[in-house]
Design a protein around this ligand. Structure first.
Ligand SMILES: Cc1cc2nc3c(=O)[nH]c(=O)nc-3n(C[C@H](O)[C@H](O)[C@H](O)COP(=O)(O)O)c2cc1C
Length: 371
């Protein structure tokens, strides 16, 4: 079996484990330590609240994105069904969506249909997906602009996400642990590719140091993919075939930068658009992420179950709940729109405060917040 066939099998195993096992971090996103200050006189009508936002030149009805999960099987098999179901929901809500890693498609072009959603979602902002290690200096047959273009254009995507997943690769026996030269490769890619590039973590968060490097090479946006939701070390724990691998995956299950803190770090250090993904499980967390400086919030795992059943309404129902909660939170802090939400005061307590005091000028970050 070649490496690309293994990629397809691995993708199936990931979906299986994500559906049937407890794969989330045992530690939190830290949104519970970020507090709004309740407003008794919001001085707005709840009905007038506008949730629309602009991101990478496009307008969306809600500040929510369906994060990339899958692809890589032929025709209408499981991955295709998941992507098309998610895409129909994204089309109905006018929100952006990503597909999963297109590595399988690069080597096995016949799997393209499992990523293709334009037939059901002609208007959505669609994000392709390739892995950072594939661009590394020492990667045999390393990717370049040709593969990036193929990923975007085959599925008529609007942007390309490059996923950074050193945690997952490092605990996977067959993992791609070459990461040398990725930043130079991304700089080169950025200068040659006319599509926006989103640098995307997958559950361990982006630090301000990495964000500054990404901003310096002209990356268009960062998806912080923080700790507190799906743990890829957790998923690999279930796939591990021997005790040594199992132990390593277990030890690193909760490794990373919690989502709320990663958003704060990246916003403090850069002006890049931010997607807050990782453990987003309600609309209050979305509201907090936006106030910390994210432009939108991404959701993956909760949508997998309805998507695998082809249940478009089920996907919309979850997202609608988040939207209702977000709108309610905005009402209670008196924010008429997302721009106003970004200005409201926040109180940071506990572990989040300890972390941020050591990493950024927290008081500078929090001061002068008022509507
Ligand atoms: C089943 C599944 C498959 C995923 N596959 C990919 C992938 O191929 N590429 C990628 O960049 N992220 C992938 N992710 C990561 C998500 O995009 C997201 O960053 C992460 O799951 C954290 O969000 P969550 O806590 O809402 O699940 C996947 C997530 C899930 C649940």
């Amino acid at each position: 079996m070649d490496k690309e066939e293994l990629t397809v099998i691995r993708k199936f195993e990931h979906i299986e484990h994500c559906l049937k096992k407890q794969v989330e971090a045992h530690v939190s996103t830290q949104f519970e330590n970020i507090h709004f200050v309740h407003t008794s006189l919001p001085e707005i009508d709840k009905e007038e609240i506008d949730l629309s936002i602009e991101f990478l030149g496009r307008r969306f009805d809600y500040p929510i994105m369906i994060a990339g999960m899958t692809g890589g099987t032929k025709g209408s098999q499981i991955a295709g069904k998941i992507n098309k179901t998610l895409a129909k929901a994204a089309q109905e809500l006018n929100i952006p969506m990503g597909v999963g890693s297109q590595r399988a498609m690069i080597r096995k072009p016949e799997t393209w249909e499992s990523y293709y959603v334009r037939d059901v979602a002609p208007d959505i902002f669609l994000v392709g997906n390739l892995g950072a290690p594939q661009f590394a200096e020492n990667m045999p047959n390393r990717y370049g602009v040709e593969e990036a273009l193929k990923a975007v254009e085959t599925i008529q995507a609007d942007a390309l996400a490059i996923h950074m997943n050193p945690l997952q690769e490092s605990v996977q026996p067959e993992g791609d642990t070459q990461y040398k030269g990725v930043i130079n490769a991304l700089a080169e890619l950025k200068s040659e590719l006319s599509y926006p590039i989103i640098a995307k973590e997958t559950g361990a968060g982006v630090s301000m140091e990495v964000a500054i490097k990404l901003e310096s090479i002209g990356i268009d946006a960062i998806d912080v993919g923080g700790l507190g939701g799906t743990s890829w070390s957790g998923v690999e724990y279930y796939r591990a075939k021997d005790e040594r691998s199992r132990n390593l995956a277990l030890k690193f299950w909760d490794w990373g930068i919690p989502t709320a803190l990663s958003v704060a770090e990246v916003r403090y250090a850069t002006t890049l658009p931010i997607i807050a993904t990782g453990g987003i499980r309600d609309g209050i967390a979305i509201a907090k992420a936006l106030t910390l400086g994210a432009n939108l919030a991404g959701v993956a795992l909760p949508l997998l179950k309805p998507a695998v059943n082809g249940d478009v309404e089920g996907v919309i129902k979850i997202l609608q709940r988040y939207i209702d909660e977000l709108k309610n939170a905005m009402f209670l802090v008196g924010a008429r729109n997302v721009e106003e939400l970004k200005k409201v005061p926040l109180v940071v307590t506990g572990f989040a405060r300890e972390w941020l005091e050591q990493r950024i000028d927290l008081w500078e970050f929090l001061k002068d917040r008022r509507l």
